[in-house]
Design a protein around this ligand. Sequence first.
Ligand code: CAA
Length: 392
Amino acid sequence: MKIGIDQLHVYTPSLYLDLKDLAKARQVDPDKYTIGIGQDRMGINPITQDTVSMAANAAFPLINARNASEIDMIILATESGTDYSKSGATYLHDLLAIQPFARAIEVKQACYSGTAGIMMAYDYVSNHPDRKVLVVASDIARYGLGTAGEVTQGAGAVAMIISQNPRVLTLNNDSVPYTFHNFDFWRPNYAKNALVDGKYSNQAYIDAFQKTWHEHQRRHHTTLDALAAVCFHLPYSKMGKKALTTILDEESDTTNRLLTRYEKSVQYTRQIGNIYTGSLYLGFASLLDLDESLNAGETIGFFSYGSGSVAEFFTGELVENYRHHLYTSDHEKMLSQRYPLTIEEYETTFLESLPEDGSSVALSHPQDKAVIQLAAMDQHRRIYQIYDKVEQ
Ligand code: CAA
Protein backbone atom coordinates (compact mmCIF):
# COMPACT_ATOMS: atom_id res chain seq x y z
CA MET A 1 0.00 0.00 0.00
CA LYS A 2 1.27 3.49 -0.86
CA ILE A 3 0.96 6.01 1.98
CA GLY A 4 2.26 9.55 2.14
CA ILE A 5 1.59 13.27 1.82
CA ASP A 6 -1.58 13.81 -0.15
CA GLN A 7 -1.48 17.61 0.10
CA LEU A 8 0.51 20.29 1.90
CA HIS A 9 -0.13 23.97 2.47
CA VAL A 10 1.94 26.67 4.17
CA TYR A 11 0.78 29.64 6.22
CA THR A 12 2.85 32.52 7.57
CA PRO A 13 1.41 35.68 9.16
CA SER A 14 1.13 38.92 7.22
CA LEU A 15 3.96 40.80 8.99
CA TYR A 16 7.69 40.60 8.40
CA LEU A 17 10.92 42.33 9.31
CA ASP A 18 13.62 42.95 6.71
CA LEU A 19 16.80 41.57 8.25
CA LYS A 20 18.92 44.35 6.78
CA ASP A 21 16.92 46.68 9.06
CA LEU A 22 17.60 44.36 11.99
CA ALA A 23 21.32 44.31 11.13
CA LYS A 24 21.41 48.10 11.10
CA ALA A 25 19.61 48.31 14.45
CA ARG A 26 21.94 45.73 16.02
CA GLN A 27 25.04 47.33 14.41
CA VAL A 28 25.92 44.16 12.55
CA ASP A 29 27.16 43.89 8.93
CA PRO A 30 23.99 42.93 6.96
CA ASP A 31 26.06 40.35 5.01
CA LYS A 32 26.38 38.35 8.23
CA TYR A 33 22.61 37.86 8.25
CA THR A 34 21.95 37.55 4.51
CA ILE A 35 25.11 35.61 3.53
CA GLY A 36 26.68 34.21 6.74
CA ILE A 37 23.35 32.99 8.21
CA GLY A 38 21.42 33.09 4.94
CA GLN A 39 18.22 34.85 6.02
CA ASP A 40 16.51 37.81 4.29
CA ARG A 41 13.28 38.36 6.22
CA MET A 42 11.59 36.99 9.30
CA GLY A 43 7.88 36.29 9.60
CA ILE A 44 6.26 37.93 12.64
CA ASN A 45 2.93 37.08 14.20
CA PRO A 46 0.56 39.85 15.22
CA ILE A 47 -1.25 39.37 18.54
CA THR A 48 -4.14 37.85 16.54
CA GLN A 49 -2.06 34.86 15.37
CA ASP A 50 -0.85 32.09 17.68
CA THR A 51 0.13 28.47 17.00
CA VAL A 52 -3.53 27.39 16.85
CA SER A 53 -4.73 30.08 14.44
CA MET A 54 -1.65 29.66 12.23
CA ALA A 55 -2.23 25.89 12.14
CA ALA A 56 -5.90 26.45 11.29
CA ASN A 57 -4.98 28.89 8.51
CA ALA A 58 -2.48 26.39 7.09
CA ALA A 59 -5.06 23.59 7.12
CA PHE A 60 -8.13 25.59 6.08
CA PRO A 61 -7.67 25.34 2.25
CA LEU A 62 -7.06 21.57 2.48
CA ILE A 63 -10.32 20.73 4.24
CA ASN A 64 -13.64 20.12 2.53
CA ALA A 65 -16.86 18.38 3.55
CA ARG A 66 -15.63 15.08 2.10
CA ASN A 67 -12.23 14.80 3.74
CA ALA A 68 -13.56 16.30 7.00
CA SER A 69 -15.62 13.11 7.25
CA GLU A 70 -12.58 10.92 6.44
CA ILE A 71 -10.07 12.40 8.90
CA ASP A 72 -9.76 10.23 12.01
CA MET A 73 -6.93 12.03 13.71
CA ILE A 74 -5.56 15.59 14.01
CA ILE A 75 -1.99 15.83 15.20
CA LEU A 76 -0.70 19.29 16.07
CA ALA A 77 3.09 19.38 16.32
CA THR A 78 4.33 22.41 18.21
CA GLU A 79 6.86 23.59 20.77
CA SER A 80 5.11 26.93 21.28
CA GLY A 81 1.71 25.63 22.30
CA THR A 82 -0.84 27.68 24.20
CA ASP A 83 -1.82 25.37 27.05
CA TYR A 84 -0.15 22.71 29.23
CA SER A 85 -3.30 20.54 29.17
CA LYS A 86 -5.73 21.27 26.38
CA SER A 87 -4.24 20.38 23.03
CA GLY A 88 -4.35 22.94 20.25
CA ALA A 89 -5.69 20.16 18.02
CA THR A 90 -9.05 20.31 19.84
CA TYR A 91 -9.52 23.87 18.56
CA LEU A 92 -8.49 22.75 15.07
CA HIS A 93 -11.07 19.99 15.21
CA ASP A 94 -13.75 22.60 15.87
CA LEU A 95 -12.50 25.33 13.49
CA LEU A 96 -12.10 22.86 10.61
CA ALA A 97 -15.37 21.01 11.34
CA ILE A 98 -13.76 17.54 11.38
CA GLN A 99 -16.10 14.61 12.05
CA PRO A 100 -16.68 14.06 15.80
CA PHE A 101 -15.31 10.51 16.17
CA ALA A 102 -11.72 11.63 15.71
CA ARG A 103 -8.63 11.90 17.91
CA ALA A 104 -7.10 15.34 18.47
CA ILE A 105 -3.69 15.54 20.11
CA GLU A 106 -0.61 17.73 20.38
CA VAL A 107 2.90 16.24 20.14
CA LYS A 108 6.22 17.68 21.29
CA GLN A 109 9.91 17.05 20.76
CA ALA A 110 11.34 20.41 19.69
CA CYS A 111 11.52 20.81 15.90
CA TYR A 112 11.30 17.06 15.31
CA SER A 113 7.66 16.51 16.30
CA GLY A 114 6.16 17.31 12.87
CA THR A 115 8.00 14.22 11.66
CA ALA A 116 6.77 12.22 14.68
CA GLY A 117 3.24 13.24 13.64
CA ILE A 118 3.78 12.07 10.08
CA MET A 119 5.19 8.72 11.19
CA MET A 120 2.25 8.19 13.60
CA ALA A 121 -0.11 9.09 10.76
CA TYR A 122 1.66 6.61 8.46
CA ASP A 123 1.13 3.81 10.98
CA TYR A 124 -2.53 4.78 11.50
CA VAL A 125 -3.29 4.81 7.77
CA SER A 126 -1.48 1.45 7.36
CA ASN A 127 -4.07 -0.04 9.71
CA HIS A 128 -7.04 2.03 8.44
CA PRO A 129 -6.40 2.43 4.72
CA ASP A 130 -9.59 4.33 3.92
CA ARG A 131 -9.05 6.96 6.59
CA LYS A 132 -6.91 10.10 6.70
CA VAL A 133 -4.82 12.00 9.23
CA LEU A 134 -4.30 15.75 9.37
CA VAL A 135 -0.82 16.68 10.61
CA VAL A 136 -0.11 20.36 11.25
CA ALA A 137 3.24 21.72 12.41
CA SER A 138 2.93 25.26 13.79
CA ASP A 139 5.36 27.43 15.74
CA ILE A 140 6.61 30.85 16.71
CA ALA A 141 10.40 30.90 17.13
CA ARG A 142 11.51 33.37 19.82
CA TYR A 143 15.05 33.91 21.07
CA GLY A 144 14.74 37.46 22.40
CA LEU A 145 15.64 40.99 21.35
CA GLY A 146 19.34 41.52 20.80
CA THR A 147 20.31 37.84 21.16
CA ALA A 148 22.49 35.90 18.68
CA GLY A 149 19.46 33.79 17.79
CA GLU A 150 17.21 36.81 17.08
CA VAL A 151 17.96 36.75 13.36
CA THR A 152 16.78 33.13 13.18
CA GLN A 153 13.28 33.79 14.59
CA GLY A 154 10.17 33.21 12.49
CA ALA A 155 6.50 32.19 12.56
CA GLY A 156 4.36 29.90 10.47
CA ALA A 157 2.70 26.54 9.97
CA VAL A 158 2.55 23.69 7.47
CA ALA A 159 -0.53 21.46 7.18
CA MET A 160 -0.38 18.02 5.57
CA ILE A 161 -2.97 15.36 4.90
CA ILE A 162 -1.58 11.83 5.16
CA SER A 163 -3.51 9.19 3.23
CA GLN A 164 -3.17 6.12 1.08
CA ASN A 165 -2.58 6.72 -2.65
CA PRO A 166 -1.18 10.19 -1.87
CA ARG A 167 -1.06 12.76 -4.66
CA VAL A 168 2.24 14.45 -3.76
CA LEU A 169 4.73 12.12 -2.03
CA THR A 170 4.79 8.42 -1.21
CA LEU A 171 6.75 7.68 1.94
CA ASN A 172 9.17 4.77 1.56
CA ASN A 173 8.74 3.38 5.11
CA ASP A 174 12.52 3.41 5.54
CA SER A 175 12.94 5.94 8.29
CA VAL A 176 15.91 5.86 10.67
CA PRO A 177 15.30 7.73 13.95
CA TYR A 178 18.06 8.71 16.40
CA THR A 179 17.84 10.00 19.97
CA PHE A 180 20.63 11.65 21.94
CA HIS A 181 19.92 13.56 25.18
CA ASN A 182 21.64 16.94 25.17
CA PHE A 183 21.13 20.63 25.97
CA ASP A 184 21.69 22.37 22.66
CA PHE A 185 18.38 24.27 22.69
CA TRP A 186 15.47 24.05 25.11
CA ARG A 187 12.77 26.16 26.73
CA PRO A 188 11.79 25.51 30.37
CA ASN A 189 8.07 25.93 31.11
CA TYR A 190 8.69 29.27 32.84
CA ALA A 191 10.62 30.84 29.91
CA LYS A 192 9.05 32.88 27.10
CA ASN A 193 12.15 32.63 24.92
CA ALA A 194 14.35 29.66 24.01
CA LEU A 195 17.68 28.96 25.69
CA VAL A 196 20.35 27.90 23.25
CA ASP A 197 23.99 26.90 23.09
CA GLY A 198 24.32 28.17 19.52
CA LYS A 199 27.66 26.76 18.39
CA TYR A 200 27.07 23.43 20.12
CA SER A 201 23.58 23.21 18.53
CA ASN A 202 25.13 23.47 15.06
CA GLN A 203 27.52 20.63 15.89
CA ALA A 204 24.79 18.48 17.46
CA TYR A 205 22.69 18.93 14.30
CA ILE A 206 25.57 17.90 12.01
CA ASP A 207 26.44 14.88 14.20
CA ALA A 208 22.80 13.70 14.15
CA PHE A 209 22.65 14.15 10.38
CA GLN A 210 25.79 12.09 9.83
CA LYS A 211 24.62 9.35 12.22
CA THR A 212 21.16 8.98 10.63
CA TRP A 213 22.50 9.24 7.07
CA HIS A 214 25.18 6.58 7.61
CA GLU A 215 22.72 4.27 9.36
CA HIS A 216 20.26 4.78 6.49
CA GLN A 217 23.00 3.86 4.03
CA ARG A 218 23.86 0.78 6.06
CA ARG A 219 20.27 -0.45 6.45
CA HIS A 220 18.88 0.49 3.03
CA HIS A 221 21.97 0.76 0.80
CA THR A 222 20.98 4.36 0.02
CA THR A 223 23.33 6.33 -2.20
CA LEU A 224 23.49 10.05 -2.85
CA ASP A 225 23.24 9.29 -6.58
CA ALA A 226 19.76 7.85 -5.96
CA LEU A 227 18.50 11.06 -4.32
CA ALA A 228 17.09 13.82 -6.50
CA ALA A 229 17.28 16.25 -3.56
CA VAL A 230 17.61 16.31 0.22
CA CYS A 231 15.34 18.51 2.35
CA PHE A 232 16.59 19.58 5.77
CA HIS A 233 15.20 20.97 8.97
CA LEU A 234 16.16 24.62 8.47
CA PRO A 235 16.71 26.68 11.63
CA TYR A 236 18.31 29.12 9.17
CA SER A 237 19.08 28.57 5.53
CA LYS A 238 22.83 27.90 5.91
CA MET A 239 22.42 25.10 8.49
CA GLY A 240 21.36 22.26 6.21
CA LYS A 241 24.12 23.11 3.77
CA LYS A 242 26.74 22.87 6.51
CA ALA A 243 25.52 19.31 7.17
CA LEU A 244 25.04 18.33 3.53
CA THR A 245 28.52 19.39 2.45
CA THR A 246 30.08 17.06 5.02
CA ILE A 247 28.95 14.08 2.95
CA LEU A 248 29.39 15.46 -0.59
CA ASP A 249 32.33 14.89 -2.92
CA GLU A 250 34.14 18.08 -3.79
CA GLU A 251 32.84 18.07 -7.36
CA SER A 252 30.49 15.74 -9.16
CA ASP A 253 27.13 15.84 -10.95
CA THR A 254 25.49 14.55 -7.77
CA THR A 255 27.09 17.31 -5.69
CA ASN A 256 25.98 19.97 -8.19
CA ARG A 257 22.45 18.59 -8.35
CA LEU A 258 22.02 18.36 -4.58
CA LEU A 259 23.47 21.82 -3.96
CA THR A 260 21.37 23.43 -6.70
CA ARG A 261 18.20 21.87 -5.38
CA TYR A 262 19.19 22.70 -1.80
CA GLU A 263 19.03 26.38 -2.80
CA LYS A 264 15.46 25.93 -4.10
CA SER A 265 14.47 24.24 -0.84
CA VAL A 266 15.64 27.15 1.35
CA GLN A 267 13.91 30.03 -0.44
CA TYR A 268 10.79 30.06 1.76
CA THR A 269 12.88 29.79 4.92
CA ARG A 270 14.96 32.78 3.77
CA GLN A 271 11.69 34.76 3.71
CA ILE A 272 9.98 33.36 6.81
CA GLY A 273 12.69 32.18 9.21
CA ASN A 274 12.65 29.20 11.51
CA ILE A 275 9.19 27.73 12.07
CA TYR A 276 10.58 24.91 14.23
CA THR A 277 8.30 21.85 13.73
CA GLY A 278 7.21 22.90 10.25
CA SER A 279 10.61 23.97 9.01
CA LEU A 280 11.57 20.73 7.21
CA TYR A 281 8.19 20.71 5.44
CA LEU A 282 8.47 24.41 4.60
CA GLY A 283 11.69 23.45 2.82
CA PHE A 284 9.90 20.64 1.01
CA ALA A 285 7.11 23.02 -0.10
CA SER A 286 9.74 25.49 -1.33
CA LEU A 287 11.49 22.76 -3.33
CA LEU A 288 8.24 21.52 -4.88
CA ASP A 289 6.97 25.01 -5.72
CA LEU A 290 10.19 26.45 -7.09
CA ASP A 291 12.12 23.58 -8.71
CA GLU A 292 10.78 22.90 -12.17
CA SER A 293 13.43 20.29 -12.96
CA LEU A 294 12.13 17.64 -10.54
CA ASN A 295 10.26 14.66 -11.98
CA ALA A 296 7.63 12.25 -10.71
CA GLY A 297 9.22 9.00 -9.54
CA GLU A 298 12.32 10.76 -8.18
CA THR A 299 13.38 10.14 -4.60
CA ILE A 300 13.71 12.94 -2.03
CA GLY A 301 15.68 12.52 1.21
CA PHE A 302 14.46 14.20 4.40
CA PHE A 303 16.49 15.08 7.49
CA SER A 304 14.45 16.04 10.54
CA TYR A 305 16.15 17.43 13.67
CA GLY A 306 14.70 18.49 17.01
CA SER A 307 17.00 19.81 19.70
CA GLY A 308 17.40 17.95 22.89
CA SER A 309 17.58 15.78 20.66
CA VAL A 310 15.75 13.50 18.21
CA ALA A 311 16.55 13.22 14.50
CA GLU A 312 15.33 11.08 11.62
CA PHE A 313 16.37 10.43 8.04
CA PHE A 314 13.80 9.04 5.61
CA THR A 315 12.94 9.13 1.91
CA GLY A 316 9.89 9.49 -0.27
CA GLU A 317 9.00 9.33 -3.94
CA LEU A 318 7.29 12.08 -5.94
CA VAL A 319 3.94 10.98 -7.34
CA GLU A 320 2.85 11.25 -10.99
CA ASN A 321 1.28 14.70 -11.64
CA TYR A 322 2.23 15.93 -8.14
CA ARG A 323 2.52 19.48 -9.50
CA HIS A 324 -1.26 19.61 -10.07
CA HIS A 325 -1.81 19.30 -6.33
CA LEU A 326 0.49 22.04 -5.06
CA TYR A 327 -0.48 25.46 -3.68
CA THR A 328 2.36 27.31 -5.42
CA SER A 329 0.42 30.43 -6.41
CA ASP A 330 -1.20 30.74 -2.94
CA HIS A 331 2.24 30.58 -1.35
CA GLU A 332 3.67 33.13 -3.77
CA LYS A 333 0.76 35.51 -3.14
CA MET A 334 0.98 35.10 0.63
CA LEU A 335 4.70 35.95 0.64
CA SER A 336 4.41 38.89 -1.74
CA GLN A 337 1.55 40.59 0.12
CA ARG A 338 3.07 40.79 3.58
CA TYR A 339 3.42 44.08 5.49
CA PRO A 340 6.95 45.26 6.41
CA LEU A 341 7.46 46.34 10.02
CA THR A 342 9.87 49.02 11.17
CA ILE A 343 12.27 48.00 13.94
CA GLU A 344 10.14 49.91 16.45
CA GLU A 345 6.96 48.13 15.30
CA TYR A 346 8.75 44.77 15.44
CA GLU A 347 10.00 45.34 18.99
CA THR A 348 6.57 46.51 20.15
CA THR A 349 4.89 43.49 18.52
CA PHE A 350 7.51 41.15 20.04
CA LEU A 351 6.87 42.47 23.55
CA GLU A 352 3.07 42.47 23.31
CA SER A 353 1.36 39.80 25.39
CA LEU A 354 -2.07 38.43 26.15
CA PRO A 355 -3.73 39.00 29.53
CA GLU A 356 -2.86 36.37 32.15
CA ASP A 357 -5.38 37.44 34.79
CA GLY A 358 -8.57 36.21 33.14
CA SER A 359 -9.66 39.62 31.94
CA SER A 360 -11.65 39.98 28.74
CA VAL A 361 -10.04 41.60 25.76
CA ALA A 362 -11.10 41.83 22.12
CA LEU A 363 -8.16 41.45 19.72
CA SER A 364 -7.61 42.79 16.23
CA HIS A 365 -4.73 43.89 14.05
CA PRO A 366 -5.11 46.17 11.00
CA GLN A 367 -2.71 44.10 8.90
CA ASP A 368 -4.08 40.67 9.79
CA LYS A 369 -6.25 39.54 6.87
CA ALA A 370 -6.19 35.84 7.75
CA VAL A 371 -9.36 33.79 7.57
CA ILE A 372 -8.88 32.52 11.12
CA GLN A 373 -7.73 34.82 13.91
CA LEU A 374 -7.49 34.87 17.67
CA ALA A 375 -10.33 37.34 18.24
CA ALA A 376 -10.55 37.55 22.03
CA MET A 377 -9.43 36.34 25.43
CA ASP A 378 -12.07 35.82 28.07
CA GLN A 379 -11.68 34.13 31.47
CA HIS A 380 -8.40 32.52 30.37
CA ARG A 381 -10.08 31.12 27.24
CA ARG A 382 -8.86 31.73 23.70
CA ILE A 383 -11.64 32.61 21.30
CA TYR A 384 -11.00 32.20 17.60
CA GLN A 385 -13.04 33.66 14.79
CA ILE A 386 -13.46 32.48 11.20
CA TYR A 387 -13.83 35.53 8.98
CA ASP A 388 -15.12 35.52 5.44
CA LYS A 389 -12.25 34.91 3.08
CA VAL A 390 -10.63 38.32 2.74
CA GLU A 391 -8.71 38.92 -0.48
CA GLN A 392 -5.14 39.68 0.63
N1 CAA B 1 29.72 38.53 5.93
C1 CAA B 1 29.46 37.23 5.62
N2 CAA B 1 29.44 36.23 6.57
C2 CAA B 1 29.65 36.58 7.86
C3 CAA B 1 29.91 37.91 8.24
C4 CAA B 1 29.95 38.91 7.22
N3 CAA B 1 30.19 40.20 7.49
N4 CAA B 1 30.08 37.93 9.58
C5 CAA B 1 29.92 36.65 10.03
N5 CAA B 1 29.66 35.84 8.98
C6 CAA B 1 29.41 34.39 9.00
C7 CAA B 1 30.32 33.66 9.97
O1 CAA B 1 31.59 33.38 9.39
C8 CAA B 1 29.49 32.40 10.22
O2 CAA B 1 29.63 31.53 9.11
P1 CAA B 1 29.89 29.94 9.37
O3 CAA B 1 28.75 29.48 10.26
O4 CAA B 1 29.85 29.37 8.02
O5 CAA B 1 31.19 29.85 10.07
C9 CAA B 1 28.05 32.91 10.18
O6 CAA B 1 28.11 34.19 9.53
C10 CAA B 1 27.44 33.10 11.56
O7 CAA B 1 28.34 33.87 12.31
P2 CAA B 1 28.58 33.53 13.86
O8 CAA B 1 28.82 32.07 14.04
O9 CAA B 1 29.58 34.48 14.40
O10 CAA B 1 27.13 33.92 14.39
P3 CAA B 1 26.59 34.02 15.83
O11 CAA B 1 27.55 33.52 16.85
O12 CAA B 1 26.09 35.40 16.02
O13 CAA B 1 25.30 33.04 15.87
C11 CAA B 1 23.96 31.12 15.49
C12 CAA B 1 24.92 32.14 14.86
C13 CAA B 1 24.73 30.24 16.48
C14 CAA B 1 23.35 30.24 14.41
C15 CAA B 1 22.84 31.89 16.24
O14 CAA B 1 22.07 32.62 15.31
C16 CAA B 1 21.92 31.00 17.03
O15 CAA B 1 22.20 30.70 18.20
N6 CAA B 1 20.76 30.58 16.45
C17 CAA B 1 19.79 29.73 17.10
C18 CAA B 1 20.24 28.28 17.24
C19 CAA B 1 20.19 27.50 15.96
O16 CAA B 1 19.50 27.84 15.03
N7 CAA B 1 20.93 26.38 15.92
C20 CAA B 1 20.89 25.49 14.77
C21 CAA B 1 21.00 24.05 15.14
S1 CAA B 1 19.79 23.62 16.40
C22 CAA B 1 18.36 23.28 15.50
O17 CAA B 1 18.39 23.09 14.34
C23 CAA B 1 17.07 23.27 16.24
C24 CAA B 1 16.39 24.57 16.07
O18 CAA B 1 15.62 24.77 15.15
C25 CAA B 1 16.69 25.63 17.02
